[in-house]
Design a protein around this ligand. Structure first.
Ligand code: NAP
Length: 349
């Protein structure tokens, strides 16, 4: 029951992707006492109304008496940027609340208890797994206090991201590249490396960018510095830039391990800076290291129906030596779609 309405909540919630961080994605559908949909809404942007408020304020309490609210996350019970949604639901005379997931944030929880104390029926767990997937960034942030990490690659059928000499333009079609640019905006920051910036000189449009540049190879004339409100250059204390930093550039110092910069330390720092999710677009060495250290929560792999057919071409992942297939790092396929002439697949841990 209420699965159709919950799916609609997920679709509405997704419209806020990339704009609600550090808040979750939430959609809401309001039914009158006869079960007919009379309003809907979603959390558009951080600091703006929660989904329940967005949907209910389009109506008067007279219209909603005895009605039902379907919402993918437990209504909040705290004063944050807006007052508690539980109070508004009570005020609007709603008699039933249907949710997919409880709110894991201790600050916001308690909504269900408050509703029940006010004789409102609460149905929990409708499409619970899908709800968890929709808010996978939020759930990781709250439960583990860590940044959610996504790796994006674009390769040939034989898993190559560039030819042996570094030539990589273009493996996938403009359709696929445009979709990848759209995905980028759903995450708080992108991350790349000086090696990729020097090889490809990409723009990588995003308001927040992180670039690993341990040896201070960049000189700020590269295209990536032309846009972006904040660019973090990640470095160890050993090296310094001789040039003055542009206004939008800040250095983040982290320690080094034998394999380069300490990536776990980096992702702790990004969380402290309020960066809740990162979309990595880099080459095989960084991708390989991320996989080796089990730091990727998700992989989005674009594939072109092309075969380079050369074993020394650069692979998506180059992190470790492995002698046995049992040493593979395993992921779960959750999405597979055509972006003709290419396709992409999404995997989670
Ligand atoms: N098709 C695609 O999806 C795609 C996307 C991006 C790039 N590319 C291609 O990939 C190629 C570049 O790949 P790449 O493997 O040479 O470079 P990469 O993986 O982008 O970057 C590797 C560099 O990152 C730095 N780094 C710092 N800390 C690290 C750590 N902990 N682990 C790993 N690296 C760390 C290293 O610099 P230091 O040595 O200074 O420490 C290293 O040289 C280019 O040809 C580019 O065209 C393809």
């Amino acid at each position: 029951m209420y699965k159709k309405e919950m799916r609609k909540c997920f679709r509405l919630a997704q419209k806020g992707a990339g704009k609600t961080s550090p808040n979750p994605l939430v959609g809401c559908v309001v039914l009158n006492k006869y079960g007919k949909e009379i309003s809907n809404g979603y959390h558009h942007k951080y600091g703006e109304n929660h989904a329940e408020r967005d949907a209910l304020l389009k109506l008067s309490p007279k219209q909603t008496q005895g009605g039902t609210i379907v919402v993918n996350l437990e209504p909040c019970n705290h004063y944050g940027k807006t007052p508690p949604c539980s109070d508004l639901i009570i005020e609007y005379g709603i008699k039933r609340v249907v949710i997919a997931n409880r709110d894991p944030n201790p600050k916001a929880a308690g909504g269900i208890e408050k509703l029940k104390q006010n004789n409102i029926e609460v149905i929990e767990g409708v499409l619970e797994e899908e709800g968890k997937f929709l808010n996978r960034i939020f759930f990781k942030n709250i439960k583990e206090k860590k940044t959610y990490i996504v790796l994006k690659t674009a390769s040939t059928l034989d898993g190559k991201i560039a030819a042996a000499n570094g030539d990589s333009k273009w493996i996938t079609s403009s359709n696929a590249r445009n979709l990848a640019r759209k995905f980028r905006q759903e995450f708080d920051s992108i991350l790349t490396t000086a090696a990729t910036v020097i090889a490809d000189n990409p723009q990588m449009l995003h308001h927040k960018k992180i670039i690993l540049d341990r040896n201070c190879k960049l000189n700020f004339s590269e295209n990536i510095f032309n846009t972006g409100e904040k660019i973090y250059l990640v470095n160890s204390l050993k090296n310094r830039y001789s040039k003055e930093l542009p206004d939008n550039v800040e250095i983040t110092y982290i320690s080094e391990t034998g394999n380069g910069l300490n990536l776990s330390e980096l992702f702790e720092k990004t969380y402290e800076k309020g960066i809740m999710s990162i979309f990595i677009e880099a080459g095989s060495k960084l991708n390989g290291e991320i996989i080796k250290q089990d730091l990727a929560d998700e992989i989005i792999q674009f594939t072109a129906p092309k075969i380079l057919n050369d074993n020394i071409g650069i692979s998506c992942f180059n992190g470790d030596t492995a002698n046995y297939i049992s040493q593979t790092k395993n992921f779960k396929l959750v999405e597979l779609k055509q972006v003709l002439p290419d396709y992409y697949a999404r995997f989670i841990k």
